[in-house]
Design a protein around this ligand. Structure first.
Ligand SMILES: CC/C=C\CC/C=C/CC(=O)SCCNC(=O)CCNC(=O)[C@H](O)C(C)(C)COP(=O)(O)OP(=O)(O)OC[C@H]1O[C@@H](n2cnc3c(N)ncnc32)[C@H](O)[C@@H]1OP(=O)(O)O
Length: 279
């Protein structure tokens, strides 16, 4: 693969840092545990734009093919895991780019939710919408206090697609998931723990990564193939549904995003974010 030939390896203590120039993610493999930490680093808020999504896809593929023992997803930003989809991709979109953007988001979800290696999210900051999608696509979540997580799409006047719901439903009981999605509810760390949206709370990012590593380590004595096939059987129906409906899902998104009312709503939301940032 071209990307493999561009790969540079740097050693930091017992970790190998795999990265390429101008990347929006880094992958660091711990030599002792064999676990890869995939860090999103797109300032200011890890907004999921086309480039970050492509990097995430490549990094997940890399981790799968390097036979890492597990994947921990986290952020280089000390207060934001990911602000979700970059709204600038969806507001007054470029025709070709927005197709590639949504297709890349589908790719990331299929790769992460369907990953054969154990996955965990060290949620070291706010995690709305697409950020929550990434976290709930993993098998385990550890979050730092005083942040928020949830699928807030209805608050923006937009609709989370079915596969966002699949990830959410793989974590939460249906009744709680349905109500939270309808309300566009953002959960505090404490509330998220209470309903089961996250598995543990940690006080620091390092502690969160340790807890994620311990979760991944809990599979050490389980046959990796049996574990991977079992996980994939659990997730097969959700994954297959998107595989079967990829084109329709893209067309539905394009139709929706181009509605004048949706464009107006996104514009107002962007404005309110910018106003808030200035104050
Ligand atoms: C039509 C579409 C149909 C279907 C698609 C459905 C799926 C949607 C999934 C999504 O992910 S939609 C995105 C939803 N995301 C959000 O609602 C998050 C919005 N952001 C925030 O709540 C906050 O920014 C934060 C809690 C993440 C961080 O707060 P704070 O640390 O106070 O940072 P600022 O708010 O000051 O933001 C700094 C900077 O970043 C810009 N920004 C924030 N979020 C986004 C974003 N999602 N997309 C693009 N830009 C974003 C914000 O405007 C500020 O920009 P400046 O230029 O003013 O610095």
């Amino acid at each position: 693969m071209l990307r493999s030939s561009l790969l540079t390896l740097t050693r930091i203590g017992s970790n190998r840092l795999m990265s390429t120039a101008a990347k929006l993610t880094t992958v660091e493999v711990n030599d002792k545990t064999g676990i890869a930490t995939l860090t999103m680093c797109r300032p200011p808020v890890n907004g999921l734009n086309l480039e970050l999504l492509k990097d995430l896809s490549q990094s997940i593929d890399e981790i799968e093919s390097n036979k890492s023992r597990g994947l921990i997803l986290t952020s280089s930003n000390p207060t934001i895991f990911s602000a979700g989809l970059d709204i600038l991709e969806m507001y007054k979109p470029d025709k070709e780019r927005i197709r590639a953007f949504w297709t890349s988001l589908q790719d990331v979800w299929l790769a992460l939710y369907g990953s054969s290696v154990p996955t965990a999210a060290a949620i070291n900051g706010h995690s709305p919408a697409g950020g929550c999608l990434l976290a709930t696509s993993c098998e385990y979540r550890v979050m730092l206090p005083k942040f928020t997580i949830g699928l807030n799409e209805t608050q923006l006047g937009i609709v989370a697609p079915k596969w966002f719901m699949s990830s959410f439903l793989s974590v939460l009981p249906r009744r709680i998931a349905e109500r939270a999605l309808n309300q566009g509810r953002m959960f505090t760390t404490e509330e998220a723990l209470q309903v089961g949206l996250i598995d543990e709370v940690a006080n620091t990012k390092e502690e969160a990564i340790e807890k994620c590593s311990a979760f991944i380590g809990s599979f050490a004595k389980v046959n990796p193939l049996a574990r991977a096939l079992t996980k994939q059987q659990f997730r097969a129906a959700d994954l297959q549904q998107l595989e079967n409906e990829r084109v329709q899902d893209l067309e539905k998104f394009l139709f929706f995003v181009n509605q004048p009312a949706v464009q107006k709503g996104l514009g107002l939301y962007l404005e309110s974010l910018k106003k808030k940032a200035k104050n």
